[in-house]
Design a protein around this ligand. Structure first.
Ligand code: ADP
Length: 426
């Protein structure tokens, strides 16, 4: 059934060109995942072949290769391919899909897949791919509402890291094609590298901070000779440099971790922010900065978010708002529901050093630090905002800032009231 599937799928030839296009245009996504784009290309090409032949003469691979050859290619693809209709009734399941999901085409083709199928353990991975909101972790790589949708899905028991490209054929009866690339081994390698970086930088930070503290004390010790104090001062400079490197390493490992998808759970943002502000009080007091929380006028629904990651975002914004502030300055955190869209908006406003319009354009780039910030506070990696923006985007929100030199800054971000990430769009 695999090679003669085109007719069996009932996919109108007029729209198959689109699939071919999708195969080509998603080269880039595949490359990002360290693999060639060949299988997506050929899957599109195979389906496209009917169309190409009808037009007569085509120099694309799909035009040059006959249906039988392309059919053989789809059959031997290392990526899983499945086709289904709006009712989730599967009409095509290639051998790679059989291997990946441990189900035979005979069992799956003709079956209308539903969330209830997840009750059967061996069907669970396939159900989670077809209904991504049931997967433990998912990350949308494409804009909501665009076709095709590209999504990374993590599945537990057995552990699987899958990149799923879903294309809807836009004319005729609604038909969907999923091409699934198994990234499990690749993700495991990247994860272990990232975990090592996080562990190493965490382990280094404590001792280096202690060394810095001890050298600071020695460099001010009047009982030492001036020569020895000078040695201590030089060692202190070196320890501070080392601390910056360690902190950069820690931040870089956090950048890596954004790639591993979100662990969503319901969050009461008001309580979440109240807790966080409590933690920042001692630092703010020490810097002589007052913190205010402008609570929403009406109760807000819980949002679906990754607590650890959102904590990192707010921690970075608050840390900046305090560090780049002036003595007796203020920080105001505001939370409100947008009237024009189903989003919650959070803003962190400070009365600090601000920045120029030119800096404002660059601060979300990796490693950028504005000249005034460099002078004002030598510690910093220029990675915090880059990471924060990545996290907010992964949640389906936006992040931006307004600022004026020496007049303070406001950092904003939005979070959707309902987390879609393309899930359940089908
Ligand atoms: P870091 O603070 O470690 O340098 P970030 O990515 O958090 O890195 O910030 C990047 C740059 O953006 C800062 O170096 C600074 O120039 C600017 N910046 C961020 N927040 C503020 C703020 N609240 N006020 C003024 N400048 C800021």
């Amino acid at each position: 059934m695999h090679v003669s599937v085109r007719g069996g799928m009932g996919v109108p030839a007029a729209f198959l060109a689109l699939v071919f296009f999708v195969g080509v245009s998603f080269f880039s996504f595949r490359l990002e995942g360290f693999v060639g784009g060949g299988s997506v290309f050929f899957a599109g090409g195979f389906i496209f072949s009917g169309r190409a032949r009808a037009r007569g003469g085509d120099t694309t691979p799909a035009g040059v290769l006959g249906e039988a050859e392309l059919g053989a290619i789809v059959k031997h693809l290392s990526d899983a391919v499945l086709v289904y209709d709006k009712d989730f009734a599967v009409s095509f399941f290639n051998p790679a899909a059989e291997t990946l999901f441990g189900l035979s085409a005979g069992e799956v083709v003709g079956h209308r897949v539903s969330p209830q199928d997840a009750e059967r353990e061996n069907w669970r991975p396939l159900v989670q791919v077809m209904f991504p909101s049931l997967a433990p972790v998912m990350k949308n790589l494409s804009e909501a509402g665009t076709n095709p949708q590209v999504m990374d899905i993590s599945i537990a028991d057995p552990t699987m890291e899958l990149r799923v490209i879903t294309t809807e054929i836009n004319e005729g009866p609604r038909t969907f094609i999923k091409i699934i690339y198994d990234r499990t081994k690749e993700v495991a390698v990247v994860k272990s590298k990232s975990e090592f970086m996080t562990l190493a930088s965490h382990q280094l930070r404590g001792p280096v901070t202690n060394i810095e503290w001890a050298l600071e004390a020695l460099s001010q010790d009047d009982t030492l000779s001036e020569t020895n104090r000078e040695i201590a001062r030089r060692a202190l400079d070196a320890a501070r440099q080392l601390l910056i490197v360690v902190e950069d390493l820690l931040k870089a490992s956090q950048v890596e971790e954004i790639r591993f998808g979100l662990k969503l759970e319901p969050i009461d943002l008001v309580g979440f922010i109240e807790n966080l502000l409590g933690e920042f009080m001692p630092q703010a007091k020490q810097m002589g900065v007052a913190i205010y929380f402008d609570r929403p006028k009406e109760p807000l629904p819980h949002i679906a978010g990754d607590k650890e990651r959102l904590f990192m975002v707010l921690q970075n914004l608050l840390d900046n708002a305090i560090r780049y502030n002036v003595k007796n300055g203020e920080v105001t955190v505001k939370l409100e529901k947008r009237n024009d869209a189903p989003f919650i908006e959070v803003s962190v406003k400070d009365t600090g050093i601000g920045m120029t319009a030119e800096d404002l354009e660059k601060i979300f780039e990796k490693f950028y630090r504005a000249p005034n910030a460099l002078k004002y506070n030598t510690h910093g990696s220029g990675l915090g905002l880059y990471i924060a923006k990545g996290i907010i985007r992964a949640h389906g929100g936006k992040m931006w800032a307004e600022s004026e030199l020496n007049r303070g800054s406001v950092f904003y971000f939005t979070l959707p009231l309902e987390f879609h990430a393309g899930a359940g769009r089908e």
